[in-house]
Design a protein around this ligand. Structure first.
Ligand SMILES: NC(=O)c1ccc[n+]([C@@H]2O[C@H](COP(=O)([O-])OP(=O)(O)OC[C@H]3O[C@@H](n4cnc5c(N)ncnc54)[C@H](OP(=O)(O)O)[C@@H]3O)[C@@H](O)[C@H]2O)c1
Length: 262
């Protein structure tokens, strides 16, 4: 009996918690939404333009008994973010407990000759402005409850410093300081703020990845193989769980040992 009770708690570590994963209609966010729902969370599948694929993620979650709802919002827009958070409260009758800042738009690779300030701003809107709007919209309730989990999705590019990609690398790098500063500011309220740096994980938008690309990417990796979306979702789930309750302001790089942190 005792063992069973312990197993049950471990089976549903996010039981009843409301989890918002921005941009979770496809790619890495989709896997995070599915996995967090399987941990007992009431998940919000946020999307921008493609309602049909978002609804498919919700159906998948419901099929195995999980709870999810698809809600459209452009996370770069303050009115839409505020409406999203209000809709979530109305739908689930409780505020957001866990926020995963994951959404991304196109990520053009541009040389210094070609890149413009507008290109930088486009990336900063996704990786700095949107998370800022979201944290401001959810932190009041989190402070009141005395609990919150925020996970910012970064990238290994912060450690690699890829050439011809400074627009994206700069915006993702800004998230590092932002994560640490928020962790210091919100820690006293029981809110943790951490960051995950995924390596290159092919998703729908990458199409077919050639063997040459895979060989060249994996050749300098400790594990010498590609990762998959579940590797990232596992780490995000861990950071959202009680097992990570004494971790904040941390960056976990999940890339098979291609880089070794900063
Ligand atoms: N995949 C990788 O190799 C990799 C590596 C390192 C880091 N990352 C990071 O991991 C995160 C997810 O990447 P991904 O490759 O999984 O992306 P993805 O497959 O391109 O998915 C992007 C998601 O964001 C949504 N979205 C786009 N614009 C939005 C907006 N304005 N407001 C709200 N949602 C919006 C999309 O919804 P719609 O479909 O409706 O447009 C979609 O659900 C990103 O932060 C990315 O930088 C990815």
């Amino acid at each position: 009996m005792f063992t069973l009770l312990i197993q049950k708690e471990e089976d549903v570590p996010l039981d009843g918690k409301v989890v918002l994963v921005t941009g979770s209609s496809r790619g890495l966010g989709k896997e995070m939404a599915i996995q967090l729902a399987s941990s007992g969370a009431k998940v919000v599948v946020n999307y921008f333009s493609n309602a049909e694929v978002a609804e498919r993620v919700v159906d998948e979650i419901r099929q195995y008994g999980g709870e999810a709802v698809a809600l459209q919002a452009d996370v770069r827009k303050e009115e839409e973010v505020n409406a999203l958070i209000a809709n979530i409260k109305e739908h689930y009758g409780q505020p957001v407990d866990v926020l995963v800042n994951n959404a991304t738009g196109p990520q053009p690779e541009l040389s210094l000759e070609d890149v413009s300030w507008e290109d930088y701003l486009n990336q900063l809107e996704f990786f700095v402005k949107a998370p800022l709007l979201l944290v401001k919209a959810v932190m009041g309730d989190m402070k009141e409850i005395g609990y919150g989990r925020i996970v910012n999705i970064g990238s290994e590019v912060v450690e690699l410093g890829n050439a011809h990609f400074s627009n994206y690398v700069t915006a993702k790098s800004s998230m590092v300081g932002m994560t640490r500063s928020w962790a210091n500011e919100l820690g006293e309220f029981g809110i943790t703020v951490n960051m995950v740096h995924p390596g290159f994980i092919p998703v729908e938008r990458h199409g077919t990845v050639s063997d040459d690309t895979i060989t060249s990417y994996t050749s300098d990796m400790a594990l010498q193989r590609m990762g998959n979306p579940k590797d990232i979702a596992d780490t995000v789930s861990f950071l959202c769980s009680d097992q990570a309750s004494f971790m904040t302001g941390q960056i976990l790089t999940v890339n098979g040992g291609k880089t070794f942190g900063m």
